[in-house]
Ligand binder design. Structure first.
Ligand code: NAD
Length: 291
């Protein structure tokens, strides 16, 4: 396939390279990054998009996605598919999909889970919203960049799945960290706590696969001084998107709201910026009830 790829950051560059290594012709653009071989370089997003069968975007947020989409949609050939893999607000995903289909294009919102390691290793999970035909067109590319792609429903359904998943993840990580800090104060050995919880009803991905306590459970960012991994800043971004969506859908999400407040404070006031999101554990360790 001829592929246009726009947005070559931590995630986009390795995803685009995996597509090119699999034999696809990938023309790539990023205003701040030089495409690495075997990617072909384009002078603009529109140039990368022109003539492509599929255009993939991997951008920081919904406002930038809307700008880029306004530039590339008129340049794309009829029947091509615009596939956005960024994490953005549901409203932006739906607005871009509407504009694309008005222009005779297919459109997918296909945010990912799996982080930078998943992007490099081709093991991402894609959660996808949009039409079935567009999904079938892009499916072979999802298979190269990832290990699983779930077609979640119409436009916006991929972003909805992503923010619901990450709202669960954020709240679960917080409660896992506060439970470790409580266990410390109760004199319970951390390894014993892990041995019990990871095989009892309190188990979760945060505890079992990404344990926030150093030296306990499988290797995780806690064992590397809480270097990300999945940065607290990105968790905050996703929690804010969940709250924005809950607001516009009139959904009651009290734990999601509290998780957002805690990560907001952690990132903006408590040196959490640039640390892994599991660094909530040292944060709780330092605190008592009154602080
Ligand atoms: P990043 O900041 O490393 O990369 C974003 C890239 O977009 C940058 O290279 C930037 O120059 C480029 N860009 C900005 N404006 C542009 C424009 N107008 N035209 C073209 N390119 C432009 O971010 P990332 O870590 O690669 O994440 C990308 C997306 O994936 C985000 O939406 C993020 O939330 C999501 N995501 C990231 C992770 C992760 O672990 N990093 C995990 C899952 C999802």
């Amino acid at each position: 396939m001829k592929i246009g790829f726009v947005g070559l950051g931590n995630m986009g560059m390795p995803m685009a390279i995996n597509l090119a290594k699999a034999g696809h012709e990938v023309r790539a653009f990023d205003p701040a990054a030089t495409p690495q071989p075997p990617l072909a370089t384009s002078g603009s997003a529109a140039e990368a998009a022109a003539g492509a069968d599929v255009v993939i975007t991997m951008l920081p947020n919904g406002a930038i996605l809307r700008e880029v989409a306004a530039e590339i949609i008129p340049a794309m050939k009829q029947g091509a598919v615009l596939c956005d893999c960024s994490t953005v607000d549901v409203d932006s995903a739906r607005a871009v999909a509407d504009d694309a289909s008005s222009a005779g294009l297919g459109a997918l919102d296909a945010p990912v889970s799996g982080g930078i390691a998943g992007a490099s290793g081709g093991t991402l999970t894609f959660m996808v919203g949009g039409g079935a035909d567009a999904f079938e067109t892009v499916r072979p590319l999802f298979d190269i960049m990832g290990q699983k792609a779930v077609h979640c429903g119409d436009s916006g359904a991929g972003q909805a799945a992503k923010i619901c998943n990450n709202m669960i993840l954020g709240a679960t990580m917080i409660v896992t960290c506060e439970a470790f800090a409580l266990a410390d104060k109760l004199g319970l050995d951390r390894q014993k706590m892990f041995d019990v919880v990871s095989t009892s009803s309190g188990y979760s991905w945060s505890m079992n696969a990404y344990c926030p306590a150093p030296g306990i459970g499988p290797q995780s960012p806690a064992d590397n001084d809480y270097k990300p991994g999945f940065a607290a800043d990105l968790m905050l971004k996703d929690l804010r998107l969940a709250q924005q969506a809950a607001e516009s859908a009139d959904a009651d999400t009290p734990l999601g709201a509290l998780a957002t407040q805690l990560y907001d404070r952690f990132v903006t006031e408590e040196d959490g910026s640039g640390r892994d999101f599991s660094a909530m554990l040292p944060r709780f360790e330092q605190r008592g009830r009154g602080v």
